[in-house]
Write a protein that binds this ligand. Structure first.
Ligand code: PLP
Length: 394
C-alpha cells in the first residue's frame, strides 16, 4: 500500500491485499486466503476467472501473433465479427479497448451520420441523469452526473440530460438538433436502476418517429450479465448503435461498437481508428468468451443464479429492515440499497472474504461471474449477513 500510494496517481483507493490468483468465482491473495469475488473485475469476468477455454485461446494466439495493427487482417477478428453480428444484430463492428472508447465511437458515428447525410445540424445526444458512459472528456460530457465533470471544464458541448425512465422527458428533449438518444438498459454505476418494462421499446419508437438514432450502452449489461446476451434482446428491439466492453474480452481490454449497415457506413477510412483495436489476442479471448457462454448455457445460469441471489437477499432484507431499503436488478446485476453509506459494509465484507462494490454511496452491487454456484451465492449472502450483524452492533 505504501508503494501504491507513493507511485500511482491517487485515483483509486484499493483494498490493501495483493491478489495473485483467480479461479472461477474465487480470488486468492498472497497468503493464499480465498475470497468470493462478487465484483468480478466490475462485471467483467462473466465466464469466471482464468476459464481454461479463455486461457487456452489467449496462450495459443499469443504464441502465434499478438499485434499487427488495423492495416492488416487476422482471422480472430473476422470470426468475432461474424459471431457478434449473428448473435446481436446484422451490422458492422468497430473494435477498441474500453467502454469509454466504445461510447466515443458511438457519439462520433452518430454525429458523422447526420453530417454526412446533409443534416449537419443534428449533433446533440440526449442521455439520462444518473447514467455512466466513461471517463474521457466526451463520455463525462455524456454521463448524467455532475460529480464526474467537476474540475475538468470546459466540457465538450452537445449533450442534454433527462430523467431516466421518463418517456415524456425524452420526447420533450428531442429537437431539430438532436442526433441520438443514448441510454443504458439498466443503469449500473447509477445504482442498479431498472427501468419499467417497455422503456427501451418506447424509446425505440420515439427515435423512429423523430428520425434520430438509438444508442444503447451495454458495456455493463452485455454478455449475459442480465440473462440475455444483451439486455435489449428481451425487449424485441434493436438499437442503431450498440456499445460493449467489460466482459467482452474475458478480462483482456476489448471494447466495441456495432451499428447497422446504413449508420456504420457514415465512417470512411481514416475517420476513426485506434492502434490496438481488436488485436489478435483480445479478439481470440472474446471468441472464447462467446463459446463458453454458449457451451455452459450461461444465459440461463445468469437468470437462475440471479433469481437465487435476489431471493436470498430478499430474506436478508427481512432480517435487517432498518438497514436495507431496496433490492433490484436483473440476472446477475443486482443492487441492495442501504439507508446508510455502504463503504464500511464493503470494507468489512472484504475482510470477511467477500468482494462486493458500492455504487452511489448506498447501493451494494453484486456482479459475480455467471458461473457462480448456488453454494457460492449462499456463502456470499451468509458473509454479508454476519457483516451486517457486526455493523448493527452484534
Ligand atoms: C464501465 C462502463 C463504461 C466505461 O467503460 P471503461 O471500460 O471503464 O471505459 C461505460 N458505460 C457503462 C455502462 C459502464 O458500466
Amino acid at each position: 500500500m505504501e508503494k501504491f500510494q507513493r507511485l500511482f496517481m491517487p485515483t483509486y483507493a484499493p483494498f490493501e491485499k495483493i491478489f495473485v490468483r483467480g479461479e472461477g468465482c474465487c480470488l486468492f491473495d498472497e497468503d493464499d486466503r480465498r475470497y468470493l469475488d462478487f465484483c468480478a473485475g466490475i462485471a467483467t469476468i462473466n465466464v469466471g476467472h482464468c476459464h481454461p477455454e479463455v486461457v487456452r485461446a489467449i496462450q495459443k494466439q499469443a504464441g502465434k501473433l499478438m499485434h499487427i495493427s488495423n492495416f492488416y487482417l487476422h482471422r480472430p477478428e473476422l470470426d468475432l465479427a461474424d459471431k457478434l453480428t449473428k448473435e446481436a444484430f446484422p451490422g458492422r463492428l468497430f473494435l477498441c479497448q474500453s467502454g469509454a472508447e466504445a461510447n466515443e465511437t458511438a457519439i462520433k458515428l452518430a454525429r458523422k451520420y447526420f453530417s454526412g447525410t446533409g443534416r449537419a445540424g443534428r449533433y446533440k445526444i440526449i442521455t439520462a441523469l444518473g447514467s455512466f458512459h466513461g471517463r474521457t472528456l466526451g463520455t463525462i460530457a455524456a454521463t448524467g452526473q455532475d460529480s464526474y465533470r467537476s474540475g475538468f471544464e470546459p466540457i465538450p458541448e452537445g449533450f442534454v440530460h433527462i430523467p431516466y425512465n421518463d418517456l415524456e422527458a425524452a420526447a420533450e428533449a428531442v429537437d431539430d438538433e438532436t442526433a441520438a438518444v443514448m441510454v443504458e438498459p439498466i443503469q449500473g454505476e447509477g445504482g442498479v436502476i431498472v427501468p419499467d418494462d417497455g422503456y427501451l421499446s418506447r424509446l425505440r419508437e420515439l427515435c423512429n418517429n423523430r428520425g434520430i438514432l438509438l444508442i444503447l450502452d451495454e458495456v455493463q449489461t452485455g454478455f449475459g450479465r442480465t440473462g440475455s446476451l444483451f439486455a435489449f434482446q428481451t425487449e424485441g428491439i434493436e438499437p442503431d448503435i450498440l456499445t460493449m466492453a467489460k466482459a467482452f474480452g474475458g478480462g483482456l481490454p476489448l471494447g466495441g461498437a456495432l451499428a447497422g449497415e446504413e449508420v456504420a457506413k457514415a465512417f470512411s477510412p481514416g475517420d476513426h481508428a485506434t492502434t490496438f483495436g481488436g488485436n489478435p489476442v483480445t479478439t481470440a479471448a472474446a471468441n472464447a468468451v462467446l463459446r463458453v457462454i454458449k457451451i455452459e448455457d450461461l444465459l440461463k445460469r445468469s437468470v437462475e443464479m440471479g433469481a437465487r441471489l435476489m431471493a436470498r437477499l430478499a430474506d436478508l432484507a427481512v432480517s435487517f429492515p432498518s438497514l436495507i431499503v431496496g433490492l433490484r436488478g436483473r440476472g446477475l446485476l443486482v443492487g441492495l440499497e442501504l439507508n446508510r453509506s455502504g463503504r464500511e459494509v464493503v470494507s468489512l465484507c472484504q475482510s470477511n472474504g467477500l468482494l462486493i462494490t458500492c455504487v452511489q454511496g448506498k447501493v451494494l452491487r453484486f456482479t459475480p461471474p455467471l458461473t457462480v454456484t448456488e453454494e457460492e451465492i449462499d456463502t456470499a449472502v451468509d458473509i454479508l449477513a454476519v457483516t451486517l450483524q457486526e455493523l448493527s452492533g452484534g
